[in-house]
Ligand binder design. Sequence first.
Ligand code: 5GP
Length: 189
Amino acid sequence: MSKGKIIVISAPSGCGKSTIINSILDKESFDLSFSVSATNRAPRQGEEDGVHYHFLSTEKFRDAVAAGEFIEWEEVYPGRYYGTLRSEVDRIINSGHNVILDIDVRGALNVKKIYGNTARTIFIMPPSIGELRHRLEGRGTDSPEVIDTRIDRAEYEISLAPDFDIQIVNDVLDTAVSETTTAIKDFLQ
Ligand code: 5GP
């Protein structure tokens, strides 16, 4: 198994990305460590600073941008910044492990541009926009307006899917998990 490689996983909201990643990391003994991103959004219930994210004020986030501390950063939602810290990725790679990044689509493509063949980008997509809408409505957590915004964003993100190294359709969860597992295994071997 190789060291110092970067797996980047992106998906539109509601495509089961976290479920797929967690299920793989629970089952497989891949030598993969999560890079903890920085964000200026507030912690959600149960989220810990330094574990789920490095939670920064907007000012501190901007300072970090100016100081060149990010490999990439994006305004994923209006006023909400997220960035991959160079110090995190370097720490994982220098300690002889591989990195897994769960970042947005534009961030993923930037990481690929920077790291080339050292990075493999995986895009998880819904079977169709209709099915994604059905899932988001089924969750019952979002208003119709929020669902419309998510769908618009998903359409934009899906338009960038061909630029990823690998595209996986999450129709049947077990199949998506096993296809993602195979993709990671192939890359790390
Ligand atoms: P959430 O606020 O739900 O934790 O994350 C929102 C979005 O931000 C997700 O799509 C997540 O993948 C993305 N994200 C998290 N960290 C980073 C990062 O470091 N860079 C970029 N570009 N996106 C990120």
